[in-house]
Design a binder for this molecule. Sequence first.
Ligand code: GTP
Ligand code: MG
Length: 212
Amino acid sequence: MSHETRRTERAGVVLAGGYSTRFGEADKAVVDLAGTPMIRRVVDRIDPTVDELVVNCRDEQIPAIRAALEGGPDASFAVDPIPDRGPMAGIMTGLGEATAEYAVVVACDMPFVEPALVDHLFDRAAGHEAAVPRLEDQWFQTTQAVYRAEPMADACDRALEHDERRVVEPLLDLDYVVVDEDEVREYAPLETFENVNTREEFEAALERLEGE
Ligand SMILES: Nc1nc2c(ncn2[C@@H]2O[C@H](COP(=O)(O)OP(=O)(O)OP(=O)(O)O)[C@@H](O)[C@H]2O)c(=O)[nH]1
Ligand SMILES: [Mg+2]
């Protein structure tokens, strides 16, 4: 799609197509976190920063996620044609559904995602193909980053063709900007990257929210 025909400037792609194996029985995307389903909290937090919202998940997750988002901002669903190919496949599917030139990709298990940082990532990505946070002594935060939709989706496609699952592989194919820890701290507490994988991490997130 050419730039001129894109309908919006900024999209939000929320990744929810994982199997929550470390979490246990339930789908962590829709688990109740202090009265709000986790994915609803993520969607509500990024909504003010974007013109459109896309949720990437598996077909069978749609009813529960739709219920979790009821009464909230409109979101379209982008279903993985092949499930279980990892977050990168989800990013590709979600970016393919988005009509915006740039999209912030956020995992559904990052309930403290900071909108001010998302805004800044969009600003930093302008004129480039990605803006990705990277904390000291840590790897790229590829599931809280802004990508130019078309080149990133294409790069994901190429990586998957080579059986490559790490999101950093398509990223390195792009003209990307690194947002380092000092720069992140100007816009967000580092909890913005906290992600809920286990019951213990869930309890910790709950405690933080109840203390707010
Ligand atoms: N579309 C898609 N998204 C995925 C896949 N695996 C993980 N994700 C998403 O990527 C983000 C980070 O993944 P994880 O924290 O590993 O989530 P998960 O895979 O559900 O959980 P575990 O099974 O415990 O690893 C989450 O938003 C997941 O929903 C996948 O195979 N397909
Ligand atoms: Mg996983």
